[in-house]
Ligand binder design. Structure first.
Ligand SMILES: [Zn+2]
Length: 433
């Protein structure tokens, strides 16, 4: 199909803002012209006055639950939530049942993504078999199946020798390992950040140190092995400082932060609502401030959702039994605009770097996602209104789950259209497939 997008302003890696009309034909951008210039007529013509046209967003961290937990999410429902959130590519986390530690499973996930046709679903691979932290997963086999991004997310790799070996293989195979930083012995039974709020509530605490020790260890393992390394969902001020120093030393590390870790504090747990239980836990206002500075100065490369759907019968339990995790795909861009752009901390281009071309580079899909909006490039685009206000409603979601921590909150920035591989998969805020 052909699509003409008129009246918007392009923001991409090469421009902070440029008024232009864009025409898509097939799976490519075929024309980028001055506003109002003549273009052939298209199957779909959309007026996007006041909106931003940007490369489609890329999420490094989505839990799609299929195979194994389809009552919480499927690859199709998760893809639809992603498309509605402006994403054209998402990395599917490996903690499914069975997990992503063999070729048939990652091929199944990729194929289900293709079938849904709403965004590109990039299966991650496990670092260790069964995410059990004992035996390395078959990297070469998984790499042959197209996997470039490996993680045991949900678990950190506890054994430093095993992690060292994993990094040595990763370096030789040119793949990326992504660590969920949590020293498990420090977080046994923990439900929330260890601090004043947790003491007041009398709940078992999750110390920041549990994350920081592993960040520190893995930075040193990178120094030793020369492998590249990505840090998932960093949540503490000290973690940001460790990564900042590692980058200053020239180490090939990258890092992400989740939207909830720059928008919600541990105080949210005061009402004992399990929707605010997440791993790593919500931290303090001081941590939020440091994470935002990390995004502003480039220490943190990416904003990744950690979209973690849980069906109500699983999530709505007492805090100590409820599984950690919250939805994120449909609100990530708006949280970033509301918390970072509207507050003057990060430019809109900076936020889009963290949501599009930086994660595209980390996931090794920069040949087709996060590209500049120019002629000849693949047509993976998001069009959003950066000033539109909306109220989050957990009952109006494409996700099969409703564990949305922002229910009732007013956010700014709303996705209007998403174009994936030349198809208008979201038009005027509604999914077309
Ligand atoms: Zn994780």
């Amino acid at each position: 199909m052909s699509i003409t997008i008129r009246g918007g302003s392009i923001v991409d890696a090469s421009t902070e803002s440029r008024r232009a009309d864009v025409r898509v034909d097939g799976d490519r951008i075929v024309a980028v012209v001055a506003p109002g210039a003549a273009l052939p007529s298209s199957d779909l013509e959309i007026d996007v006055s006041g909106c931003v046209i940007a490369p489609g967003l890329v999420d490094l961290h989505a839990h799609l639950r299929e195979p194994g937990r389809e009552e919480s999410e499927t690859i199709e429902t998760g893809s639809r939530a992603a498309a509605l959130g402006g994403f054209t590519a998402i990395v599917a986390m490996p903690n499914t049942e069975p997990p992503h530690d063999s070729r048939p499973v990652v091929e199944f996930v990729r194929e289900q993504g293709r079938r849904a046709g709403l965004c590109e679903v990039l299966p991650s691979g496990c670092i260790t078999v069964g995410r059990a932290g004992e035996v390395l997963a078959p990297y070469a086999e998984l790499r042959e199946a197209g996997v470039r991004f490996f993680t045991d997310d949900g678990n950190g790799v506890q054994d430093p020798l095993l992690m060292r070996r994993a990094l040595e293989y990763a370096r030789d195979l040119d793949i990326v390992l992504a660590q969920h930083c949590e020293v498990a012995s420090l977080t046994k039974g923990a439900v929330m950040h260890e601090g004043a709020c947790c003491s007041r509530l009398g709940l078992p605490g999750w110390p920041s140190l549990a994350e920081e020790l592993m960040v520190h260890r893995d930075i040193e393992l990178c120094r030793l092995t020369g492998a590249t390394m990505h840090f998932l969902h960093l949540s503490t001020a000290r973690s940001v400082e460790l990564v900042r120093r590692a980058k200053a030393d020239g180490l090939p590390v990258s890092a992400e932060v989740a939207p909830h870790h720059v928008s919600l504090t541990d105080e949210m747990l005061s009402g004992f609502d399990p929707v605010f239980k997440v791993n790593p836990p919500l931290r303090t206002a001081a941590d939020i401030a440091a994470l935002k500075v990390g995004l502003a100065d480039g220490t943190i490369d990416a904003i990744a959702t950690d979209h973690a759907p849980h069906a109500p019968h699983l999530k709505e339990q007492p805090l100590d039994q409820a599984p950690p995790g919250m939805l994120g795909l449909e609100t990530a861009l708006a949280i970033a605009i509301t918390e970072l752009v509207d507050t003057g901390l990060v430019s809109l281009q900076g936020v889009l770097a963290a949501l599009s071309w930086n994660p595209a580079r980390i996931a090794r899909v920069e040949d087709r996602h996060g590209r500049p909006v120019t002629e000849g490039e693949p047509a993976n685009l998001v069009v959003f209104d950066p000033t539109a206000e909306w109220v989050v409603d957990r009952n109006r979601s494409a996700s099969r789950s409703s564990n949305n921590p922002y229910h009732g909150r007013v956010l700014r920035g709303r996705v209007r259209h998403t174009i994936f591989a030349g198809h208008a998969v979201v038009v005027e805020g509604e999914a077309r497939r």
